[in-house]
Design a protein around this ligand. Structure first.
Ligand code: URA
Length: 205
């Protein structure tokens, strides 16, 4: 078979892009963070999943979704029967934003300026991977992908069009599920999250 147009050249371009991102100074978040956490996964993935920003553990590991939110994400992906290794996983903001509290680093929400500054990278990742389906997990990811504020409750549950082409699906962020104090509600919301992932994957199946 002929090589895919998304093949070898894209891989080199992606590696160059990632390399460049490691030195990113487009916003001030790079200074206190340990490292840039770039996206990962197959360059020819049909599906891209976008989170908010790396957390404490991702900042140290240099990989997206390896901490507590990542564990929820992995559990949901398994329940939805979506193979994470076949999906390109990235974040809207590629440096960990935090406030130091004693020895701990507490997650701080990225601001619009930081999301805007980092949108350039997502644009490059989308142009290279050209996923047929992109899932935005949470408001930051949705804002980054659509370039405007999106209300999750209103946009959730159906296929949307991304501004530059391709389909999108908006769902909640796995950290939201970790914060729900009520066990029953947490289980219901987890099930809804699983159904979102399953439905989004089905669009490109
Ligand atoms: N939360 C995110 O949005 N992304 C990560 O990589 C980890 C936690």
């Amino acid at each position: 078979a002929a090589p895919s147009p998304k093949g070898t050249n894209s891989m080199a371009a992606w590696q160059a892009l990632r390399e460049e991102a490691l030195g990113c100074t487009r916003c001030p978040l790079y200074a206190p963070a340990t490292q840039t956490v770039f996206g990962e996964g197959p360059i020819d993935a049909e599906m891209m999943i976008v989170g908010e920003q790396p957390g404490d553990q991702e900042d140290l590991a240099g990989r997206p979704f390896v901490g507590p939110a990542g564990q929820v994400f992995d559990r949901a992906m398994a329940a939805a029967e979506v193979d994470r290794t076949r999906v390109y996983v990235t974040n809207a903001v590629k440096h960990f934003k935090f406030e130091p509290r004693g020895k701990r680093r507490i997650h701080a929400k990225p601001g619009t300026g930081e999301i805007e500054a980092c949108r350039w990278w997502i644009g490059q990742e989308l142009a290279l991977v050209r996923p047929r389906m992109t899932v935005a997990m949470g408001a930051t990811a949705a804002r980054s992908l659509f370039g405007r504020t999106m209300t999750i409750s209103r946009e959730r549950g159906r296929v949307l069009d991304l501004p530059d082409g391709g389909a999108a699906w908006i769902t909640v962020h796995p950290s939201y599920l970790l914060r729900l104090p009520d066990k029953v509600q947490a289980e219901e919301e987890f099930a809804r999250f699983v159904e979102d992932l399953r439905a989004a994957a089905k669009v490109v199946a």
